[in-house]
Design a protein around this ligand. Structure first.
Ligand code: GCW
Length: 845
């Protein structure tokens, strides 16, 4: 009896073992039952590596670690082929007769089972040590996923030579657009003392085939090129090297002048060329395997070649020539555009910029230059067509830049799995040549037989235990790496793999999470920018909350041109900006005609009246209304689906994700209400379903009985932002356009209302504001009985009372009778004014 109890306790402990998410998809959780038995029979007792390099040693150590975790057995490590059965790793030459002689490309691997004498061998063959490492991870992945090892014969070659990640970390330790805490690389203007996290991160990268990582923001701090930093860069390179990940840096193009005491940074000046050469030589002396340099020039205020009327090719080439003798690559960012464009000129179009800037330079770049092009023509919006520049370069290396960090995608507070988006772009046929001219083939250099090319992902992982601030966001890094390795993998396959590696093999867990992930992009798109609207977020502010008009009437060029009469950017050749003409005819013809333009991109490419009918037959305005209601419901359903996994996912991650999804469900309602309100006001067309602008059960805070609270118009500047009115006044951000705030310094304020409905069980939803400049406290009371209390302590990127800080508290299971008094008390703190938007009283089923 006692024994049994202990056993079940142990089994239980294994299941609910607290997991922080630190191990991501490399958990190597213990296998159980039949799977454990099966692998214990097939995995031999020895692991031998014939290559002595540090990377090969990592490969062997990883196998030992993985097998120990999953099978509870410690393999014996050897360095020559043993007589007995073993896992053997080496180059084809080192493996002698163990496998047939084949030629493997760099980084490729071959997993092969074979028998010799009495020994059964699982061979991992490669042409270089990175290939061995990738093979080791592939073998362990197979075991985790329950795939058979008998008759193993798996050969994989990476699709593209370039599989990089970029980080936008600042030397002071903060990260531009990072949502998982501060930098793993930098702290107080120096490389961190303890680089354990960096090594662990490199291991994660290696497990998905990434082999280079840039370690500082593309908005580069010139100081990085001073001698002081060279040994520091070398330390990071040392930490990542055992995992086959090489380091790259971003530089400031003005450095020869700002640091070099030259009077110029003109790329055609020989002194400037000499300066770059000397600096690059110095870097390579300290870190001989540096992967290269990333350069953002003439973009968003960065200096560039235009200062001297030189071209982007001149700029790229002067640095590339310094790198060439060392085998380094120069990534020149294609993200060049004018952010002071005249918005009143309907022919102006930021979308044209990348093509207009680079197309004419095709063929003028050095062989080690790669033009790094964002997936779409604007800037990582919720949906964009593939950038036409990919189809416009034939004699230039290119790479696609994908944003893994979720800048315009809910900043990791929302779950959005980006792989389906990337897949659509990568599979898009640019019709640029007779053969395969999908975007992926163009980027990888296959279409025009370029020497190099591939993938760059902006990752910005941070010091948070789970790297991203959201466990489910880890899937984006995993998916990015898997696609860079093999863009032909399906979204389904990647989501399923990631889920099983990260949360275990339970079919219900797998199915639930995979489905959620696969639908999450469409869901997010449909509350933040459907039909090709790009994004309806505050593009001049935090890129997070709703602000429909923030895109307009400024020079940033993220215009969607929504007004009273219609919506969308006319990018046609016939009447618009001509952007569509940058595509090859087969693509351009499809986009130009309303009859063939896909609904998903409609408003990106055309300006139409709200009554325009989509291919589905629905009007544009009704689609905007319906989609917002549908996806707000969909996110609520995610919460319920997640709850059904209680006990099947370890407790810590279960609770973390539950909290995240509940928050997201509230935000989807904020978005729904703000966007539909705005479009209703603009179009004056009522919702055919009667949902928009009607909120049953909602009591606006401004109409409650207030003690201490004062009514505020949302457009008023909040305390701490005293410098005049905000740039934009998004009245749609608050229900009814008003909120109530408790003056700073007040002890507390209350807002109360009398319940007038039928007796029964209710859920109370309190919409309050969680500003970043304090931690206000709230309490809810029913007839003087305290029913809930909470602190407004989320990490949200605004100090304003707006949709970014608007947050929902759900209080379920409250019995109400007519005449009951519901009272919310807010206690302000610092600049945070314990503001309230509304109370919603929802009958429970
Ligand atoms: O999307 C914009 C971001 C900037 C970023 C820039 C870029 C690093 O808002 O934060 O700067 O793109 O890609 O250079």
């Amino acid at each position: 009896m006692l024994k049994l109890g202990l056993l079940s306790l142990l089994a239980c402990a294994a299941l609910v073992r607290a997991e922080t998410g630190y191990d991501a998809w490399l958990r190597y959780a213990p296998l159980e039952g039949a799977a454990l038995e099966r692998y214990r029979l097939t995995v031999p007792a020895v692991v031998a590596v014939l290559d002595p390099s540090p990377v090969a040693m990592s490969a062997r150590a990883e196998i030992v670690r993985g097998v120990k975790g999953m099978l509870g057995r410690t393999l014996r490590e050897e360095s020559s082929v043993p007589k007995e059965s073993a896992i053997v790793m080496g180059t084809v030459a080192q493996l002698g007769g163990l496998i047939p002689a084949v030629t493997l490309a760099p980084d490729a691997f071959w997993l092969k089972s074979t028998t010799q004498g009495t020994g059964h061998f699982i061979v991992i063959a490669a042409s270089n040590d990175r290939g061995l490492l990738y093979g080791a991870f592939a073998l362990l992945r197979k075991i985790t996923l329950g795939e058979g090892l008998a008759n193993l014969d798996l050969r994989e070659t990476p699709y593209a030579p370039v599989r990089w990640v970029n980080h936008w970390d600042r030397l002071n330790g903060t990260i531009e657009r990072g949502y998982g805490g501060n930098s793993i690389f930098w702290e107080n203007d120096h490389v961190r003392q303890d680089l354990t996290r960096v090594a662990d991160y490199a291991r994660l990268l290696a497990s998905i085939g990434i082999d280079a990582c840039s370690i500082n923001n593309v908005n580069a701090d010139p100081r990085l090129l001073t001698a002081e930093y060279t040994p520091e860069i070398a330390r990071i390179a040392d930490a990542m090297r055992p995992w086959g990940v090489r380091v790259a840096i971003s530089v400031d193009f003005g450095s020869p002048q700002s640091l070099g005491k030259l009077d110029t940074f003109d790329p055609l000046d020989p002194r400037v060329a000499a300066w770059w050469k000397a600096h690059v030589d110095e870097l390579y002396a300290a870190a001989p395997d540096l992967a290269g340099i990333v350069l953002k020039a003439d973009s968003e205020g960065r200096v560039g070649p235009s200062a001297y009327h030189r071209t982007h090719a001149d700029a790229a080439n002067v640095v590339a020539r310094a790198l060439a003798p060392h085998g380094g690559l120069l990534f020149y960012r294609g993200f060049v555009y004018d952010h002071h464009m005249d918005w009143q000129n309907l022919k102006n179009d930021r979308g044209r910029a990348a093509y207009d800037n680079f197309h004419a330079l095709d063929g003028q770049f050095e062989a080690n230059v790669i033009v790094q092009i964002k997936n779409g023509p604007i800037d990582f919006q919720v949906r964009e067509p593939a950038s036409p520049l990919f189809g416009g370069l034939e004699k230039t290396n290119q790479a696609i830049e994908l944003q893994v960090t979720q800048e315009y995608f809910g900043q990791a507070r929302h779950t959005v799995f980006l792989v389906p988006y990337w897949k659509e772009t990568l599979d898009f046929d640019m019709h640029a040549a007779a053969g395969d001219s999908t975007l992926k083939a163009l980027a990888a250099g296959k279409t025009f037989h370029r020497p190099t090319g591939g993938f760059v992902g902006v990752v910005n992982a941070g010091l948070d235990e789970n790297w991203f601030g959201n466990h489910l966001s880890q899937a984006n890094l995993y998916g990015y790496g898997r696609l860079a390795w093999n863009p032909d993998l399906s979204s389904q396959k990647i989501a399923d793999e990631w889920t099983r590696l990260t949360f275990g093999a339970n079919p219900k867990v797998d199915q639930t999470i995979t489905q959620m992930q696969l639908t999450s992009w469409r869901t997010y798109e449909n509350y933040t920018g459907p039909l090709g609207l790009q994004t309806l977020t505050d593009i001049t502010g935090d890129h997070y909350g709703v602000n429909v008009e923030a895109s307009e009437r400024n020079g940033w060029g993220q215009w969607h041109r929504a007004d009273e009469a219609g919506v969308g950017m006319d990018r046609t050749v016939a009447t618009g900006t001509g952007y569509i003409g940058q595509y090859r005819p087969a693509v351009a013809d499809r986009f130009e005609s309303l009859a063939s333009c896909p609904d998903d991109l409609l408003l990106f490419l055309h300006h139409v009246p709200y009554t325009h009918r989509l291919h589905s037959g629905k009007t544009v305005i009704q689609y905007i209304y319906d989609s917002h209601y549908e996806v707000a419901a969909a996110v609520s359903a995610y919460v319920e689906q997640w709850k059904s996994l209680r006990g099947l996912v370890d407790e810590q991650r279960f609770n973390d994700v539950l909290t995240q999804l509940e928050y997201q469900a509230g935000q989807a309602v904020v978005w729904r209400d703000a966007v539909t309100t705005w479009f209703y006001r603009a179009s004056k067309i009522a919702d055919a379903k009667g949902l928009v602008d009607h909120y049953p059960g909602r009591v606006e805070a401004e109409s409650m009985t207030l003690a201490g609270y004062t009514v505020r118009d949302i457009s008023e500047p909040t305390p701490g932002r005293a410098n005049g009115p905000p740039i934009v006044t998004p009245a749609e951000d608050a229900s009814g356009g008003k909120v109530v705030a408790c003056p700073t310094g007040a002890k507390s304020c209350t807002a109360s209302t009398k319940f007038a409905g039928q007796p029964g069980w209710y859920t109370l939803r309190v919409e309050y504001f969680d500003q970043a400049n304090g931690v206000a406290h709230y309490r809810a009371w029913v007839n003087g009985q305290a029913v809930d209390e909470w602190a407004a302590d989320l990490r949200l990127p605004s100090i304003r009372l707006d949709s970014t800080t608007s947050t929902r508290r759900t209080i379920a299971g409250i019995a109400l009778r007519p005449g009951d008094e519901i009272r919310i008390e807010g206690v302000p703190d610092g600049g945070e004014v314990a503001a309230l938007d509304y109370l919603e009283i929802v009958a429970e089923k």
